[in-house]
Design a protein around this ligand. Structure first.
Ligand SMILES: C[S@@+](CC[C@H](N)C(=O)[O-])C[C@H]1O[C@@H](n2cnc3c(N)ncnc32)[C@H](O)[C@@H]1O
Length: 804
């Protein structure tokens, strides 16, 4: 069933005249015209723009309950749990911090969390320092906040002594004023003064100049560092901490786009250049010879939007993993974004007070690609054409002309709805502000100026006139063919996508099914690493999705055309492709392989059904079209028999495997949440998968990747059943099949080797004392598999290979 939003998009696109979809401008105008006319727009907009999403609205009772439970957990020395409860309370409490009472409460919560962080093993001092600064920012009269900061800074040892002493003295002074216990603070001040005297004595004795001048020079940068921590001014993701979109260098007025490109390339890496080729247009090339296994470029997104999964897992600004953060920060005004630090919260231009994305669900309910495109259009308009990255993004190709009219109308409808929703959000918050008697400030923003980059509603209002539906549609097209999915590792499933992002330099990289570079992400930073030596002047090519070995050439080409609208001419696809691919990977057994009669002299060749078989049928069974004759002996497929008997059996095997895999996934979840999986369900899945394997083995060539997938599913099932030895046996089979299809040094094979090594270790651990020799053999095989995998993964991912 369609959601109301999908229904609205279908309704609008159904009204768009396909003959008007020949250019972005005409399609956008058509969709914009129909968008507001469609009656259901008002209903959908009401949901998208509802303000009741503010579940963070001040809820004092919840704050106090979390604080109380946090204090109790602290009392039981459960510091991690206590920090989590204080975090939960700060999420709500920040909403109160505009009131005196709220600010006082927030300061206590940050201070308590800072103490938990210092007690954790190992202590999280940097985060404790940040929390005590946050506490000071909320309530500068709170002595404990100054005391905690002094303690954290001293333990860290990265902040100069005089600054730490300043904090400790401040704490002491406030305690004295409030007539509270001063003993701990007084002791700290005394210790710090003694340390300082000793260090002054040492430096005077060493004849390095007067103590006073030394003190000042040391304190100044350190004080600035602390002040920066307090204000949260670290820069992340290319955004300045104030929530402004970072300016970066401007291209001088009148300079050409080549100057903009030079500036960008310099920032991304010293060994890069851009060259144009007939087959693939512009592309990144090596400016000098590059060795294999070298990080050669890095890039930060020009625009990005988190997916639903990403909102749960990573910081909205820098995409650091929230699981690694002991003390997260939340938007002060709505429940949507989480941050790894106060600095990242301050740097999010889309969640500043009054911002159009903050406090309303539309930004989370629209597809991530639509929000990413809107952000791209807003940022381009805000930065103006003298910004090098904006210039480069504007020069990226769009594929609108290649879309079929109904897809073009759908995309235009999405652009129109996204634009109209944003426009309403901006206008509604402006109206609310006016009703509350808040007049616009003096610094109204203008596109292209530094002020134009300001976040918040005044800047959004200024952008209303420059960000049109046409600009959003054009941004959507740019994102579709130039954007990248940010993933936590090289796993490619859509469920792993954390964000969609457009990288100004990396978007210049062309595709190869047999790439010479690998791309990885550290938070939002994209890193390009060579996986083979690249001579000077040669293109740097990464893989947009389908790799050689993973699919046949026609399958890869179909996918690239459907997703990126080009016919790939890489070295694995060109008319004389590098000899990688055996027809066996997606082929059937040779008809003269023999039946069940065990006849000798079987042919080991493969046969692919002839092109006359409907493409849909081939696609469904993941087979590729060929000549219908065996590649080795020329024997022809008997089409009637194949269609009447083999095809239905293959279909039954595919369906049964899909059902068994789904059942295993459910058992897996159950095992993770509540202990052992149900034995009967797993045994049933094993029986089904064995039957699939027999059917597939009967018809498919032994190197067909589909057989590998059945072995993988069986390995999973045996793993759940606790029989790691049987699981390892299936993984060995699957590895052998992968090794036939994938090029050498491929990560797909390496990840499989790693999985085999883990399974073998489990099998060794489960082996009884009576089978010590078997256990040793498993461990020996595991070591070999690990070594082979490490060599490849290091090449692709560098030192982080171990974490993958
Ligand atoms: C992300 S952009 C790469 C930069 C692009 N070449 C440019 O000039 O802006 C992707 C586009 O480059 C082209 N392209 C990339 N790899 C290609 C390949 N292997 N064969 C043909 N065209 C390719 C296609 O037009 C594709 O849509």
């Amino acid at each position: 069933m369609q959601s109301p939003l999908q229904h609205l998009l279908t309704e609008i696109s159904g009204r768009v005249n396909p003959s008007e979809c020949t250019t972005i401008a005409t399609a956008a105008a058509e969709a914009a015209r129909h968008c507001l006319e469609v009656p259901s727009f008002a209903d959908v907009a009401a949901v998208l723009l509802a303000t009741n999403v503010q579940v963070c609205a001040a809820d004092e009772e919840h704050v106090l309950s979390c604080k109380q439970r946090g204090t109790a957990a602290f009392g039981r020395a459960q510091y991690k749990q206590a920090a989590q409860l204080f975090s939960e309370a700060t999420r709500y409490c920040d909403e109160l911090s505009s009131t005196d009472y709220g600010a006082v409460l927030a300061a206590r919560l940050y201070c308590n969390r800072a103490l938990c962080l210092t007690k954790m093993q190992p202590p999280r001092l940097q985060e404790a320092l940040q929390d005590s600064s946050a506490a000071i920012a909320c309530d500068p009269t709170f002595p404990k906040a100054w005391y905690r900061r002094a303690c954290a800074a001293r333990a860290l040892g990265t902040v100069a002594g005089p600054v730490v002493l300043q904090d400790a003295r401040r704490a002491l002074q406030l305690l004295q004023q409030a007539a509270q216990d001063t003993s701990a603070a007084a002791a700290l001040v005394a210790e710090l003064e003694a340390e300082q005297e000793a260090s002054e004595g040492a430096s005077t004795a060493g004849g390095t100049g007067s103590g006073t001048s030394n003190r000042h020079s040391a304190a100044a940068p350190a004080a600035a560092a602390l002040a920066a921590t307090a204000a949260g001014s670290a820069s992340a993701n290319g955004y300045a901490a104030t929530g402004k979109l970072s300016e970066g260098a401007l291209v001088p007025a009148g300079a050409d786009s080549a100057a903009a490109l030079r500036l960008l390339l310099q920032a991304a890496g010293q060994q890069l250049a851009v060259a144009e080729s007939e087959e693939a247009g512009r592309g990144l090339v090596a400016a000098a010879s590059l060795a294999a296994g070298q990080d050669v470029a890095q890039d930060q997104p020009f625009a990005h939007a988190l997916t639903k999964e990403g909102r749960r897992q990573v910081c909205a600004t820098c995409m650091a993993r929230l699981a690694d953060v002991a003390a997260p920060f939340y938007c002060r005004h709505c429940p949507m974004p989480s941050y790894c630090s106060a600095a990242c919260r301050a740097a999010d231009p889309y969640h500043q007070p009054g911002g159009a994305e903050c406090g309303r669900p539309w930004a989370a309910l629209l597809p991530a690609e639509a929000l990413a495109a809107l952000r791209l259009a807003r940022r381009m308009a805000a930065l103006g054409e003298r910004h090098p990255a904006a210039q480069q993004v504007a020069a990226l190709g769009t594929h609108f002309q290649e879309l079929d009219p109904s897809d073009a109308a759908q995309l235009a409808a999405l652009a129109a709805v996204t634009h109209a929703t944003w426009q309403r959000a901006v206008l509604e918050s402006a109206a609310a502000r006016a009703a509350a008697g808040q007049l616009p400030g003096g610094g109204a923003a203008h596109a292209g100026s530094a002020a134009g980059e300001e976040a918040g509603e005044e800047a959004e209002e200024a952008l209303l006139s420059c960000v049109t539906v046409e600009a959003v549609l054009s941004a959507l097209c740019r994102f579709q063919i130039n954007g990248l999915a940010v993933v936590p590792s090289q796993r490619r499933g859509s469920e792993d996508r954390l964000a969609l992002a457009l990288y100004p330099v990396a978007s210049l990289m062309n595709h190869s099914c047999l790439p010479n570079v690998a791309v990885r992400f550290e938070g939002s930073k994209l890193i390009v690493r060579t996986v083979e030596a690249v001579p000077a002047g040669q293109p740097l090519l990464h893989c947009y999705g389908p790799q050689a070995g993973e699919m046949t050439t026609p399958q890869r080409q179909r996918l690239l055309r459907a997703q990126y609208y080009f016919t790939c001419r890489c070295r694995a696809c060109s008319p004389a492709p590098v000899q990688l691919e055996s027809p066996a990977a997606a082929g059937l057994k040779c008809p003269s392989f023999g039946g069940s009669d065990g006849s000798a002299g079987r042919c080991a060749g493969a046969v692919q059904p002839p092109c006359s078989v409907a493409a849909g049928v081939l696609h469904r069974y993941q087979l590729s079209a060929g000549t219908g004759a065996c590649t080795a002996c020329g024997a022809r497929l008997v089409m009637d028999r194949w269609q009447e008997q083999q095809l239905p059996e293959l279909q039954a095997a595919a369906e049964a495997q899909a059902a068994a895999v789904a059942a295993l996934a459910q058992q897996d979840r159950q095992q993770q949440q509540a202990g052992p999986a149900a034995g009967a369900a797993v045994q049933q899945a094993i029986r089904t998968l064995r039957q699939c394997l027999r059917q597939r083995q009967q018809h498919l060539h032994p190197h067909n990747l589909l057989l590998g997938s059945t072995h993988d599913a069986l390995a999973h099932a045996w793993h759940l059943a606790g029989n790691h030895e049987a699981a390892a046996q299936h993984l060995r089979h699957s590895l052998a099949i992968l090794a036939h299809s994938y090029p050498p040094a491929s990560t797909a094979v390496a990840f499989q080797q790693r999985q085999l090594a883990e399974t073998l270790r489990l099998a060794a651990a489960a082996a009884s004392a009576a089978t010590a020799a078997a256990a040793e053999a498993f461990l020996c095989e595991a070591r070999q598999a690990d070594e082979a995998a490490e060599a490849v993964l290091q090449l692709h991912f560098g030192p982080e290979a171990r974490d993958r």
